[in-house]
Design a binder for this molecule. Sequence first.
Ligand code: GLU
Length: 318
Amino acid sequence: MDDLSRFLADVHKEVLPETDGQVASYIPSLAQADPDPFGIALATVDGQLHTAGDSEISFSLQSISKPLTYALALMESGFEAVDAVVDVEPSGEAYNRISLENETGRPANALINAGAIASTSLLPSGGRMSRLLHFYGQLAGRRLHADAQIAMEELEGGHRNLAMAHLLHSFGKLADEPVQATRDYCAACATMVTTTDLAWIAATLANSGCHPGTGEQVIDPLVVQRLLSVMTMSGMYDEAGWWMVRVGLPGKSGVGGGIIAVAPGKLGLGVWSPRLNEHGSSVRGVRTCEIVSRELELHVMGSHRPPSEDGLSAPTAS
Ligand code: GLU
């Protein structure tokens, strides 16, 4: 076993006894989920994969779909069109907060439900789900599918999401009809992934949008820069501040129990365990990210960095 795999095995052992938190209960499929599995996967930008625990069990992507959908909307519709309907401000709010800017009706960012439904609506409605699944699959490096039962439960119980879609529509911030936009948002949340998929998705973001295993340039580097900035400010809802202080990496959690954390230029981390804290993030997941970030010195504001030898050099004028 190599050093990183041994390290992940040790982290898994350390965090496993943590059984605080509750599985999500707003739909039957999540409420009945086994609370115990725990997987960790780490993929480096040079294409190495290291795993520990239940890294090959499938679960639903949930809100981790939001930054990915946002990226596709930015690439297909352009920054200006997306910025017109979704802002980039940190909301520090719960995922399902009915949060629209007073004057304009713009959601604060694409990582709360209102913003995610708005960015979903920007993608052309014909073939939208197959386009999204293809894109998520390019990021993971394999074909992915959405679970029809979970998608249906999300929509049937999704009164608040439907209400937000109607509100967005009333403000002219929805590019599609509200029920269809919500249906596709729910189906995107129901995309099935493994912890290993999460690590590859995160590593692709860490590698400026180029999948380190397949070599495919999936996302434009400028879109990745935007995405990671928004994830840094808003990826962890009303826990974004503590997450940034403790983990110090752009991250995104989902109520299926998955979390991605991105160390730009270095690696992507995926963690999954279904018991959630009061903010809707995996308890073991947050703890794991904290330990990995600390031990591998990944915090983007890290005080561990030696000063560069030649200091800050100004770009040469052309
Ligand atoms: N499908 C969930 C919802 O829209 C996603 C929430 C989450 O993962 O934070 O309610």
